[in-house]
Design a protein around this ligand. Sequence first.
Ligand code: HEC
Ligand code: HEC
Ligand code: HEC
Ligand code: HEC
Ligand code: HEC
Length: 352
Amino acid sequence: MKRVLTYLFAAGMMISAASLMFTSCTKEGPQGPAGANGTNGENGQDANATCTQCHNFSDLIVAKIFQYDASQHATGSVTTRNTTVCAPCHTSQGFQECLTTGAWETSETIQNPAPPNCRTCHKIHDTYTASDWSLRTEASFTNMLGGTTDITTEGGNSTGNLCGRCHQSRPATPEITDPTSTTTTLQPTSYRYGPHYGTQGPMLAGTGGYDINGDGLLANSYHTNRATCVDCHGAAASGNVTGGHTLWPNTTGCNISACHDGGVTTLNYEGKQTIIEEGLVMLVDKLALAGVVDTVGHPGYLDTSVPHTQKLLAIYYNYKFIQGDKSNGIHNFKRANGMITDGIAYLESLGY
Ligand code: HEC
Ligand code: HEC
Ligand code: HEC
Ligand code: HEC
Ligand code: HEC
């Protein structure tokens, strides 16, 4: 096509050049009659007709930007993690690429990385209409550990699958094959062994971490399948401090009539967060006594210089899983507390 156009252009140039040469010796005749009017072209689309569905006098976008700007997505600094294996969650472009390809790695390092922002989560400027407010995805998905994640509530809210795509566990190598085993050992090579930081999705869904006793007694709290991320993190905004698109949780979300109905005055409800916080401290102290964590260089990090049984490694993994969740039990108190008490009980049975 390009070549044809080049020929046409060259031919045109030759004809113009020829007519230039001949005009000087050609006499002009009288002007012919005017031709008939052409038909009217189709009306162009008025850009305002769709753009103003969002860009208008309303403060809607302004308010959301105001809140978003105070979120960790906007203020955080980990967009620096833009290489192929980190970019799916740490950059907006990488997230969108992986949604399309279905892979958990981008094809290249993402240059000029953007943090999770309006167009990461919403279909902003896909059709340039108000329907672009819909979320990029709410679908269940195959997670990085190979299982299925579906954070849909009994009420049918699937928005947690958007958050859960990034807020999920990453594979830890070598993989624990039998978390109850007190005879086989596993030797990780990195003191950073564990599920990575953002373990909130599997914690809420009740799928992450290990049942070290293998007795199936790890229970999930009422929140699993009933509350989802934005119920608590995106409740009515208090300025740009909590709620709305700041995504910082507040008690407004807890207190709706369908849930705690005004009964929650602090996020540390019934002292549950304190129980988990103190439990984690006790657990890591015992892990240190058992020589599982490195108390010198990196307190809380796995000591890779000594071999560990799978069971001890699973207790350590659970510790990192609960620590990475950062909610201190709010996402799933029963599961977090169960993993801590099982771990402490086993370590105590060994004399620590
Ligand atoms: C679904 C609502 C929506 C519609 C419809 C929409 N926009 Fe936007 N637009 C946004 C949002 C949200 C932003 C991002 C604000 C931010 O990130 O700070 C934005 C940003 C912009 C920007 C700033 C530059 C940029 O890309 O961030 C321009 C320019 C713009 N839009 C033009 C348009 C035009 C022109 C149309 C119609 C052809 C349109 N928008 C339709 C929601 C919309
Ligand atoms: C594209 C991936 C991605 C998506 C989608 C995403 N997040 Fe995040 N989120 C991150 C990353 C990365 C951070 C850490 C940002 C930083 O510190 O630079 C983060 C941080 C946060 C934090 C602050 C954590 C802290 O360190 O205290 C909250 C709260 C949060 N996200 C909630 C949500 C919720 C709720 C949703 C869904 C509505 C969501 N996120 C969707 C990637 C994502
Ligand atoms: C599956 C999604 C995902 C992938 C892949 C991923 N991260 Fe993250 N990462 C997150 C989320 C979500 C957070 C924020 C968790 C939070 O604050 O609760 C985070 C947080 C971090 C933090 C900040 C921890 C802190 O508390 O300050 C670092 C550093 C980090 N990631 C490094 C990396 C590196 C390096 C890679 C690639 C080797 C990577 N991440 C791959 C999702 C991911
Ligand atoms: C981390 C993901 C995330 C980011 C970033 C994000 N949003 Fe949202 N937004 C959501 C979720 C989730 C909802 C609730 C959708 C639902 O409940 O169906 C929502 C709801 C909205 C709504 C209400 C939509 C409706 O259908 O009524 C607007 C407007 C909106 N967001 C604008 C923005 C703007 C503007 C930005 C950027 C400044 C932004 N959002 C950034 C996840 C996000
Ligand atoms: C039942 C309410 C609830 C649900 C559902 C919920 N969260 Fe939370 N989340 C909290 C509370 C409360 C905290 C602890 C906040 C604090 O102690 O300051 C928290 C903490 C966090 C943090 C650490 C940042 C912080 O605020 O300290 C992240 C990240 C996070 N949640 C993400 C998510 C994601 C992603 C989902 C969905 C998969 C989710 N949460 C579901 C209530 C909830």
